[in-house]
Design a protein around this ligand. Structure first.
Ligand code: SF4
Ligand code: SF4
Length: 177
């Protein structure tokens, strides 16, 4: 085919440039920008543990927790997403943005502690949404939430009281006749 024939052939065909609304769809397992949903995060540290290039860190002080992600170190291996017990991590269908500075590669999320429902002490958060995912049902999560809202000390007290009651029976409420 000579050049004239090639040109005629090309002019005779429709253009094949894709329009913006006709883009090639992302594959279902596309690993785009890493998303962290702070409201589902329990600061358990699993993502820190499985991340080989140390792209995730968790800082904790007396009253708050901070989840930090360094996109410059991330290899998009997906281990953190697959290991997160509450589903707080996911890959978006957007490519990770191109950063001009190190600061732009960093993501910092504040994760609030919650109060023990019995004594008020600050404890690591376990939001209902996360609990529901862990128990695979809202109903089971609802039943378990009372226990999970207690600090370790109060849980031990509840256990002790339950054992004591099962041995001695419930406390008498008034004077004996
Ligand atoms: S993102 Fe997931 S794995 Fe990481 S600390 Fe939060 S709950 Fe744990
Ligand atoms: S995708 Fe892999 S490298 Fe990136 S933060 Fe998660 S575990 Fe680390």
């Amino acid at each position: 085919m000579n050049i004239i024939e090639i040109l005629l052939h090309n002019f005779a065909n429709h253009d094949r440039t894709r329009k913006p609304d006709n883009r090639v769809p992302f594959p279902t397992d596309f690993r785009g920008k890493l998303e962290h949903n702070a409201t589902d995060c329990t600061l358990c540290g699993t993502c820190v543990y499985v991340c080989s290039p140390v792209a995730i860190e968790i800082e904790k002080d007396e009253e708050n927790g901070f989840w930090e992600y360094d996109g410059g170190r991330c290899t998009f291996c997906g281990r953190c997403v697959n290991s997160c017990p509450t589903g707080a991590l996911s890959f978006s269908k957007q490519s990770a943005p191109i950063a001009n500075t190190r600061a732009q590669e960093m993501t910092h999320h504040y994760v609030a502690y919650q109060h023990c429902s019995r004594c008020g002490a600050l404890i690591l958060p376990l939001p209902f949404n996360a609990l529901s995912k862990l128990y695979h049902s809202d109903e089971a999560a609802q039943k378990a939430s009372e226990y999970h809202q207690l600090c370790e000390r109060c849980r031990n007290r509840v256990h002790s009281e339950t054992i004591k009651t099962s041995i001695t029976g419930p406390k008498a409420t008034g004077p004996k006749a």
